[in-house]
Design a protein around this ligand. Sequence first.
Ligand code: A2R
Length: 312
Amino acid sequence: MKALIIGAAGFVGGYLIDELKNSGYEVCATCLPNEKITADCEVRTLDILAKDTIAPLFDEVMPDAVFHLAAQSSVAVSWKRPQLTADINVIGTINVLEALKTAKKSGIRAVLIGTGEEYGFIREGACPLSEDEPLNPGNIYAATKVCQGMLGEIYARAYKMDIIMVRAFNHSGPKQAPIFVISDFCKQIADIEKGEHEPVINVGNLNARRDFTDVRDVVRAYRLLAEKGVSGRTYNVGRGKAVEIQEILDTALSMTDAEIEVRQDPDRMRPSDIPLIEPDTSRILADTGWKAEISMRDTIADTLDYWRRAQV
Ligand code: A2R
């Protein structure tokens, strides 16, 4: 089996390359011209906004499966740069789908990665969220990903293309940028331990409840969806058990001997924060047998360990 990963220089890409290679796939991975992929696999440069360059790449690589990870993936950036976010996440996805439609090889399976944030402002009692729950996104990033999912469904139906849509809930692990909460807390603690930061941890809204899965479990879900998912279907990928951000903070703080003061930081409060997001994961379990296996404690420990060893 040959896999093409689009947008593989980001956080998830490296883990997906490893997962696929360890499962016997031949892997080709793309990155932007200014990015680097160090993993041992075939690497191409690709900007999904350069639409005429995508189909030739498909025709050269001839993949069995395409994993579309390329995105402007930060909620915070999406508030500041809405047009860029829409260009990459919506127009870029159309460019990928059009290229798949015209590719010489037919029947390429595409896995489009969206987000649990697509559910947005959910009605009371809606959790755990099934994939059929109405989408009511609460931020610009999420809105563009709703659009990506709709486009995937439309192309699958209209052109009988083999497309699977994913709504990935929060995922974390070593090497994640510290704009995401687990990585942020762990980096701050590691910096304090190294004496590079005053013994204060800055936090945002600690009462929000989110569903966290280790990135290594998440990429295993993506592989299994490419292998066993039902064409045209949307799948939640998550643990199925939300926790308060406070619990993540407490767990991370329990792993350090440093005396640390917790300080609420207004800059870390997101506009329109949503109180609870938790998926129903029964569909992916039924169709692929996947469920999250790595504990949140292990994810936090590994992420803290990563930042302790990181050279600044
Ligand atoms: O924005 P950068 O320089 O970090 O590059 C990102 C890249 N990317 C693009 N690739 C091709 N053509 C473009 N026009 C373009 N714009 C951005 O996609 C980055 O290297 C990659 C996405 O990786 P991350 O932002 O680290 O996302 P992550 O955590 O790997 O998540 C993978 C997927 C994304 O679609 C998320 O929205 C979803 O999972 O949750």
